[in-house]
Design a protein around this ligand. Structure first.
Ligand code: UDP
Ligand code: MG
Length: 310
């Protein structure tokens, strides 16, 4: 019996890219008839006619299935919708904007047939990203690796092939504040790295602006490590010891020299510094508390407004 390969494409405002991507995928599928194929398009509440394009593609080719989410839930949740509905023995995740070249997929399939369960594609370079963004990203991954003790790899994204076992594992992880890149590492399984040259976005612009990336970065840290909480405890401890020593110094100085009036600038600096440290610590606790609050609501991670073929 033929093995079935699902291709999951989360799409947000991709009306221009999708038809071009489909043509490339069609060539791939027609050239590899030894597999059964499913192209699963997840429309993540697009504001343009992406859903309409999905429907048209479905009408022309019944290997295409689509899910329309009820609003924009973000790529991470759109991917979970895809994991839930993919029926393949393996699943390839790729972006709709043609930054992930389909010609890499046969190589992924080859490794999958050799027994690898998570074949991930690593970018050879990060394209036209600014020097600052590059450095910040690398520093972030170092921080995450050190504090979370899981190997989240730089330059590796969601472009990968997952065996059914991995997809089933990911389906069980239903947190709503998701950082799937970390989940791939957390879940383990037999991994294999391949490399690819990332293309330019075919049309439109990236939805991951600075604030969205920051949100994802904070999610990454808070989902995998409580190190910031521990650091704030240690910081609090150090500051308390310093404050205690300084208190003794002021007390003794006042007793011996009897000079209670001076020291206004020191006082202001101390109040501001301690106030800052306290706010920082409360902020860190707040980040974790917010996550607990979100997760205890047990809301569905996404809602579907329509679907066909899956
Ligand atoms: N995407 C999505 N929901 C969103 C934002 C993006 O499904 O809210 C999809 C988008 O259509 C694309 C993929 O996620 O297929 C990657 O998005 P994008 O190209 O904007 O990100 P970048 O390549 O800059 O990381
Ligand atoms: Mg992109």
């Amino acid at each position: 019996m033929k093995k079935k390969v699902s291709i999951l494409v989360p799409c947000y405002n991709e009306e221009k890219s999708l038809p071009v991507l489909y043509e490339q995928l069609k060539q791939l599928m027609d050239g590899h008839q030894d597999f059964e194929w499913q192209v699963l398009l997840v429309d993540d509440g697009s504001k343009d006619s992406t859903l309409q394009v999905c429907k048209t593609l479905r009408q022309t080719d019944d290997r295409v299935a689509y899910i329309g989410l009820s609003r924009n839930f973000g790529k991470e949740r759109a991917m979970l919708a895809g994991f839930d509905h993919a029926t393949g023995d393996c699943l390839v995740i790729m972006d709709a904007d043609l930054q992930h070249p389909p010609h890499v997929i046969p190589q992924m399939l080859q490794y999958w047939q050799d027994g690898y369960e998570d074949v991930y594609a690593k970018r050879n370079d990060r394209g036209k990203e600014s020097w600052l963004r590059r450095k910040l990203t690398l520093a972030y991954y170092k921080l995450l690796q050190k504090s979370a003790k899981i190997d989240v790899l730089p330059n590796v994204g969601d472009f990968r092939l997952l065996d059914r076992k991995c997809v089933d594992a990911l389906k069980t992880m239903r947190e709503s504040e998701r950082y799937t890149k970390g989940l791939y590492c957390w879940m383990g399984f037999k991994k294999k790295e391949i490399t690819f040259d990332q293309g330019e976005r075919y049309a439109g612009k990236s939805s991951f602006n600075f604030s969205r990336l920051m949100g994802l970065a904070v999610n990454g840290i808070t989902s995998y490590t409580v190190a910031p909480l521990r650091i704030s405890t240690i910081l609090g401890f150090i500051v308390s010891i310093c404050a205690f020593i300084y208190m003794l110094y002021v007390l003794i100085k006042t007793c011996i020299m009897g000079d209670p009036v001076q020291g206004f600038p020191t006082l202001v600096i101390l109040i501001l510094f301690l106030g800052g440290v306290q706010l920082l610590a409360i902020g860190i606790i707040g980040e974790y508390l917010a996550r607990i609050y979100q997760e205890t609501k047990h809301r569905p991670v996404y809602l579907i407004s329509e679907k066909e073929g899956c």
